[in-house]
Design a protein around this ligand. Sequence first.
Ligand SMILES: [Zn+2]
Length: 484
Amino acid sequence: MEYESIIGLEVHAELLTKTKIFCSCPAEFGGNPNTHVCEICLGMPGVLPVLNKNVVEFSLKAARALNCSILEECKFDRKNYFYPDLPKAYQISQYDKPIAVNGFIEINSNGNKKKVGITRIHMEEDAGKLVHVGSDRLSGSTHSLVDYNRAGVPLIEIVSNPDMRSSEEAKAYMEELRNILLYIKVCDGKMQEGSLRCDANVSVRKKGSEKFGTKVEIKNLNSFKSLQRAIDYEIQRQIEELETGGKILQETRLWDENNSCTISMRVKEEADDYRYFPEPDLVSLFISSEWIKNIDENLPELPKNKRERYINQLGLSEYDATTIVNSIELMEFFENTIKLQVNPKLVANWLMGDISAFLKEEKIELKDTKLKPEILKEMIELIEKGIISGKIAKEILPEMIKNGTNPLKIVTDRGLTQINNENEIINIVKKVIEKNPSQVEQFLNGKEKIIGFLVGQTMKESKGKANPELVNKILLNELNFLKK
Ligand SMILES: [Zn+2]
């Protein structure tokens, strides 16, 4: 029997506001334990939360970039549970009136484009962090320490519809979502540091069936790789369970990266277990249409639009456009270079080709190098003007990237400027013809392809400096002359 998998994602994104959601403590990551804290985020009695307006602004940006509708009125609720990382024993979240609903993201998974719906986005506060001593989990540790620096850091939770059917689609969704959040600068997207976290809801059903199977929530997915592997594992586990007559339990499971499997954590809570009720210390929030209009007008160009513009207007291939757009660093460098009136296709070729290859080999990132858009522009212009060949450009690229040296200075210092003087090239060509009589003979006997070899020899003889077009032309001239 064939099965179909149903996947939905719940993504928590920490917002890049300066201060926390209900107090003025810094929201930044790190700091000595329990130094970014006050009476409010520690849950002392008698204090009152005050909503940070920037949290609403950032949430609205995310909501509009994700094509959501903003509810006219939204409110905060208390989600009650007892755990040492939660000083008040409740989390201020949003339950039945979230800030935004009904959005979507368009994804492209291996060439298949589809829309994944977004059910809702709500604002909430983060909990503190437990550090288990002697183990990376509670089990096996001797004791645990608690750090409340993260308590009260603003989060948005973005809940997708169960629209994804494979781990590839889930990964494509997560990548596009992360890109959008990075483009609008509301979240730093660091999955390893936990500022962007993802839980996956996975169920399977027999193909053709309308009814959803029992869903299992998987936690601890802190990279795209673990997201994909965990979902694949879970789909297989559920199918095997059903095929051997077992039943799927509604539970929360943890992805164990080291052992490549999911393990049962706890039976899944229902909303009732959290005894949600309206937060009495905060009033409802009414968001004006002017505010939304202002957000819409100031959203930057989003990844999807950028990708389409690169392909349709700048003539980039889909692969190049996608790769550049998917890296905000590459994208900004690309945009800053073409702003200087350089041919976009050439810029893309260099960025995607030799520059990326060099960075990969040296294991460094573009931002850690001294390469500047102005330097790349100058190099491309030197090639266009015929002062250097593409081959020489490749040679000087490492120094440009490492030291930020002006390309004209490098070629002048090293004597690498292209030879465009015809007489000089004729001399080199004559030498090559003299040195390779048998290849010349073959050419004269009609094996014209051999000219490639002779061009190569001439380039080699000139140490790569001869203008290749001139070499071609002059070689043909000389050889044809010999024919007569
Ligand atoms: Zn505080």
